[in-house]
Ligand binder design. Structure first.
Ligand SMILES: [Zn+2]
Length: 241
């Protein structure tokens, strides 16, 4: 029986990510898991008729009108901006909830990491550079990032972030399914609506934001093929870390 104490692999991963971003000048921020619909949706440019608010995706709270289990860590962006003067750069790791069926790559409860940078001269190129440094340090291999057009209501333009496969350096292998690239997260320039919601003047300030699943990063980093292993409480799994 192993007698030494372990931190859970997700906790270890969050600590490692925090320290990588800390070296790049990011501060740490957090917010509530039980969130108002205003912060989870409206302030992020997701109006009441938007499909993302659908009952199938969101856990609403019985008897608490206007409250949800947060579906992403993005509400913390608005909460932070309301209470701080720019410029700033923050990361927000935290638990999020989606009302969906679980399988090898989906859990109803999982962790996200979110990043936000607001300054007077922020560009998509700086976002790309930031993510390349982050992925390279986390996976201990130099890697590149590419953007594809995406759609998220709270960023404009929105991009899907792919990382060049860290195992095969883009040649094609089983991890990247032969494509040389791995889908990692969503990102983009913060929508002026979101800056305004939080009381930040979009004529003076710009921002970029990014967000992705922490379990997904862990699966790649540790070579795990079923996300459910992280949270099923099996110590034979946890003790390997
Ligand atoms: Zn590969």
């Amino acid at each position: 029986m192993p007698s030494e104490r372990h931190v859970h692999p997700i906790t270890a991963l969050i600590r490692e990510m925090n320290s990588i971003f800390y070296e790049m000048g990011f501060d740490f921020a957090e917010g509530p898991e039980l969130e108002t619909e205003y912060y989870n949706f409206d302030s992020l440019n997701v109006p009441p008729d938007h499909p993302a608010r659908d009952m199938q995706d969101t856990f609403f709270i019985k008897g608490q009108k206007g409250m949800v289990m947060r579906t992403h860590t993005s509400p913390v962006q608005v909460r932070y901006m309301e209470n701080h003067k720019p410029p700033y750069r923050i990361i927000v790791p935290g638990k999020v909830f989606r009302n969906e069926a679980t399988d090898a790559t989906h859990e109803a409860q999982f962790y996200q990491i979110e990043g936000l940078v607001v300054d007077e001269d922020v560009t998509l190129a700086a976002l790309k550079g930031t993510l390349e440094i982050f992925f390279s340090k986390l996976l201990k291999e130099d890697t590149e990032v590419r953007f594809r057009p995406g759609y998220f209501p709270f960023v404009e333009p929105a991009v899907e972030v792919d990382m060049q496969c860290f195992k095969c350096a883009g040649k094609g292998c089983s991890i990247c399914k032969g494509t040389g690239w791995i889908e990692m997260m969503g990102a983009g320039m913060v929508h002026p609506f979101v800056l305004e919601s939080a009381g930040v003047d979009p004529k003076k300030w710009q921002g970029f934001a990014f967000g992705g699943g922490i379990e997904r990063l862990g699966m790649l980093k540790y070579g795990i093929d079923d996300v459910r292993l992280f949270h099923n409480g099996d110590l034979r799994f946890v003790n390997q870390f």
